[in-house]
Write a protein that binds this ligand. Structure first.
Ligand code: MN
Length: 224
């Protein structure tokens, strides 16, 4: 009897997995890994509720068009104008939320575990004059974004690094982006990302962020 239940359970699990909906990935580290700069409670709420909700809303929007689940999320959000009109806005907001947060988790790491290499220091210096100038410009983009959005370091089509910000859950890979490029670093500046620990002090959050950047991953994304 016990064996039969196990078999049944496995069959149900397999059926669920093959349904093809997008799945919330685990964080690539423990919830408390970024402390004291980003607290465990914020990470729990941010990942388990906010990020999970973007997944749930995206999956719900695509239920009517299940063939879209076969595509990578990025492919779906890069071609929003080609989607059925009734889901374009929902996919832009929630598909953006799905992609941006998955990206954000990966470019962070426990303090001191993925420091900036001399090579990356040179790249940033070549592009912005100095590492400090780069950080100041990035923090300015983060603080200057009115309302909710993201600050980004992107590599444009000529290979040059640029700092931009986007509103809501937009990103520089979307066709609608004012400035397009490949993201190599980002900071979520929605209040849900920092309010518990930093309240209204977004600038303090942006400054603290430097302690948890995964420079190994940023350098990998930068390439050559
Ligand atoms: Mn967020």
């Amino acid at each position: 009897m016990k064996k039969l239940s196990t078999t049944l359970l496995l069959a149900i699990c397999t059926a669920t997995l093959t349904f093809g909906q997008y799945k919330l990935p685990d964080l690539p580290y423990k919830y408390n890994a970024l402390e004291p700069y980003i607290d465990s409670t914020t990470m729990h709420i941010h990942h388990d509720f906010h990020h999970a909700t973007y997944f749930a809303n995206l999956n719900k929007a695509l239920e009517k068009y299940p063939e879209l689940y076969k595509k990578d999320v990025l492919e779906v959000i890069q071609n929003i104008s080609e989607l059925p009109a009734d889901i374009q806005t929902t996919v832009r907001n929630n598909g953006g939320g799905v992609y941006n947060h998955s990206f954000f988790w990966k470019i962070m790491a426990a303090p001191g575990t993925a420091n900036m290499s001399p090579h990356m220091e040179k790249v940033l210096t070549d592009n912005f004059g100095s590492v400090d100038a780069f950080k100041a410009e990035f923090e300015k983009a983060a603080v200057g974004r009115f309302g909710s959005g993201w600050a980004w370091l992107i590599k444009d089509s000529t290979g040059k690094l640029r700092i931009i910000s986007t509103p809501n859950q937009d990103n520089p890979l979307m066709a609608a982006a004012e400035v397009k490029g490949t993201p190599i670093l980002t900071l979520d500046v929605w209040e849900h990302a920092y309010y518990l620990k930093y309240q209204n002090k977004r600038a303090a959050y942006a400054k603290a962020f430097w302690n948890v950047v995964n420079w190994t991953e940023v350098e990998r994304l930068y390439g050559n």
